[in-house]
Structures are given as structure tokens and as C-alpha cells.
Design a protein. Structure first.
Length: 398
């Protein structure tokens, strides 16, 4: 008779430690298995017990003092036993003979510190397992790269959702205001929850002047939302009526450059409109998408000497341009998400699409024009996904 068939266990040989009460953001939070067997446990008995409990995917191998030595993965064990002569060769071995030696960590280690330590493992796509121990090297649990990736993914999604809520409070989809001689309309359409476009309109309290800003932060996600929040905060509290705009822009540029070290930059158009002096002052930071519509003709407003995108390099001076406004003039500023949008034929909407649409459809009604332009871009892309955020600012001077 085959001796393998006579391995019998009356008592459970897979044990379970109590679930830990872990401090937040320690790797003890990631434990997905707290089962263990002793080093002298027979493989045949372990396999029989695992076959009766499909919820146990991994067990630690420990000595009588609960010091951990390795892990046995359910799938790997059954794969070994399922090979030719696998049962005959391994059934009477002990757990410490078939276990895998793995990396061990203290269960109070910070999750981000641990993620850095196993970074290479996370990138392989293979599910690796790790042992968690306390200060006395006693077994506390098992976690895997899968557990770490799920945690980091959920955390990232929570951060994105929180950033999205903040951006939605900062950026309204539509903005319209009518002043003594200005009608200002801005439309923002984000491609995803957290984008890189930003706009703000700052009216002067004591004079008929406005600062209109349209920006596009490089990249997406949390980093872009950080800069968007930074821009909104600094511009909202700065007193542009009593302090120089140019000085503010130089300091803002240098702040972004110093803190983001050129990894993030902002293409932007800062427009100062003085209604009484009939004057537009444009500070263009690598934006180059500002146009003047006058007498059914569209002119591109550009500087003789350009400024690099904000945050690319440290600066001491700025280049700017001034334009005398006539009654009936309209200023159009867009972000590159409008012109770079493609359709299913991979054709881009382009600058020509913007200018042609304005010539054919603009009749002085700013709100209607913005609604129609967004509709036309969406109609152009059809079923093709929106690729980037779109912001369109239209300023009519009467």
C-alpha cells in the first residue's frame, strides 16, 4: 500500500494569529494572510488541510517560538504536488524543506518606506510575498506585491478624487461677467477629473480694470493640481491694485522654478485690461494662443521677444506687449487642448479650425459663441476621446 495515503491529522495544523491593530500607514495594514504552520509540519498533512480550505492562499513557516523562516504559497505547493512523481517525492517532506525564503519586514514599518524598498518587485508584474514580524522576530502576517499595489492604487484614487473636488471648487465650467465696457466669458472643459488648465478673472475694486489669466500646467494629476491650487491662492490674495503685476509675475515664475526645479512649467497668458484707457497689456509665457478679432479679421497677438513658459528658468525681467483697443474688438485666448483635439481620422482641429469658426459664427454674443465653439470641437472629434483640457476665454470690448 502507498504510505502517502496514510498521512492523517486529527488536529488542525494550520494556525492563525490574531488580527493586528495597526497604526495607520504601517505595512501591518496590508496583511492578507495571518496563517502559519510549524517547520516540522508534513507537506502531505498541510496539502490535505489546504484542500479543505480554499481561503488560505499562503502560510508562514515558523518554529515553536513563532520565529518565521519562510512562506508556502498554496498554488505553488499544489503545482509541485501535481507534477509527475510530485506527491511521492514531496508528501513526507517537512514544511521547512519546501518553503520559500522571502524578505522580512517589521510590521510597524511605514508603507511608503516599504514601497520604496520593494520598488523593483512592484515593477516586475510577478506577485511576490513578504513576511511581517515584530521586534522579537515573531510572525505577524504575510502581504504581497498585489496587496501593496491595491493599497497604493486606492490611495492614489482617493487623492485624485480629493484633488478633483478642490479643482472643481476653484474652476467653474462657465464664467460670465459684464462690466462698463467689457463682456468676459470663459468656458472650461476638463478631459479628466484632474487636469492642467486654470483660469481666473480679477476685477479691480477702485477702477475699471481687470486681470484675466489663462494657464495650462504641464502634465496631469496631483502635481498639476498642486500648481493650479498654488496659482489660484497666490493670485486671489495678491493686491494687484497697489502692487506691480510685472513684479508679481517675476516672483511667481521664480517660485515655481525653485520649488519644481523645471520639472513642471506653466504656459500662460496674463492680460491686463484697462477699460478707461482702452488698453490691453499682454504677458505671454510660451502660450502664443491669443487672438484679436477686429472688423471681421483675426490677428494673432504675439510679443516681439517671447517669455519662456513659467517655471522653465529663473528671470529678472519680462517681455510684454500693449494693444490699443477699439470699440467692438474681441480678444480670444484658448489652451492647446482646443487645437490639438483629434478626430477618428487623426486630423487635428487646429488653429485654422478656431479662426475659421470665429469668422463664420461670432456675432458679438460671447456666451452663445463659447457654447457653439465647444459644441463644434466635440462634433469634430465625434466618438474620439477628448485628449486634453480645453479652456476658451472671450473678452469683448464695447
Amino acid at each position: 500500500m502507498n504510505n502517502n495515503s496514510q498521512v492523517v491529522s486529527c488536529q488542525p495544523i494550520v494556525h492563525k494569529i490574531e488580527e493586528l491593530s495597526c497604526t495607520q500607514f504601517t505595512i501591518g495594514m496590508l496583511i492578507s494572510s495571518n496563517y502559519y504552520v510549524f517547520t516540522d509540519t508534513k507537506v502531505g498533512i498541510l496539502a490535505d488541510e489546504l484542500s479543505r480550505n480554499d481561503k488560505i492562499y499562503a502560510v508562514a513557516v515558523v518554529d515553536k517560538n513563532k520565529k518565521s523562516y519562510g512562506v508556502i504559497i498554496r498554488k505553488d505547493l499544489f503545482d509541485i504536488l501535481g507534477t509527475r512523481f510530485g506527491r511521492e517525492l514531496n508528501y513526507n517532506k517537512t514544511a521547512d524543506e519546501v518553503m520559500q525564503k522571502v524578505k522580512q519586514f517589521n510590521y510597524n514599518m511605514h508603507i511608503f518606506e516599504c514601497a520604496k524598498a520593494i520598488e523593483k518587485d512592484l515593477l516586475t508584474g510577478v506577485q511576490d510575498h513578504y513576511l511581517l514580524e515584530d521586534e522579537n522576530d515573531c510572525f505577524k502576517g504575510i502581504f504581497s506585491t498585489r496587496d501593496m499595489l491595491i493599497f497604493l492604487s486606492k490611495l492614489n484614487q482617493q487623492d485624485i478624487e480629493q484633488a478633483k473636488r478642490i479643482i472643481e471648487r476653484i474652476l467653474k465650467k462657465d464664467y460670465y461677467v459684464h462690466t462698463k465696457r467689457l463682456t468676459i466669458g470663459i468656458k472650461n472643459v476638463m478631459a479628466q477629473g484632474v487636469g492642467g488648465d486654470f483660469y481666473i478673472v480679477i476685477p479691480f475694486k477702485k477702477s475699471n480694470q481687470h486681470i484675466i489669466v489663462v494657464c495650462d500646467v504641464s502634465g496631469k494629476g496631483i502635481a498639476a493640481s498642486m500648481i493650479t491650487t498654488l496659482l489660484n491662492g497666490m493670485m486671489s490674495i495678491y493686491d494687484f491694485e497697489t502692487h506691480d503685476l510685472e513684479t508679481f509675475l517675476i516672483h511667481l515664475n521664480n517660485y515655481i522654478f525653485t520649488n519644481f526645479e523645471g520639472e513642471k512649467f506653466v504656459t500662460s497668458a496674463f492680460m491686463h485690461v484697462d477699460e478707461d484707457k482702452e488698453l490691453l497689456t499682454l504677458y505671454d509665457f510660451g502660450h502664443s494662443l491669443t487672438y484679436l478679432y477686429r472688423n471681421d479679421t483675426i490677428f494673432k497677438l504675439s510679443l516681439k521677444e517671447i517669455n519662456f513658459p513659467m517655471g522653465i528658468q529663473k528671470i529678472n525681467t519680462l517681455n510684454f506687449g500693449k494693444t490699443k483697443l477699439n470699440s467692438g474688438d474681441t480678444i480670444l485666448t484658448i489652451t492647446d487642448g482646443c487645437i490639438e483635439q483629434r478626430n477618428k481620422e487623426c486630423a487635428a482641429y487646429g488653429v485654422q479650425g478656431i479662426t475659421q469658426f470665429m469668422k463664420e459664427n461670432y456675432n458679438g454674443d460671447v456666451q452663445k459663441f463659447l457654447d457653439l465653439m465647444v459644441f463644434d470641437i466635440n462634433n469634430f472629434r465625434d466618438t474620439y476621446p477628448q485628449q486634453d483640457d480645453m479652456t476658451i476665454a472671450c473678452i469683448k470690448y464695447e
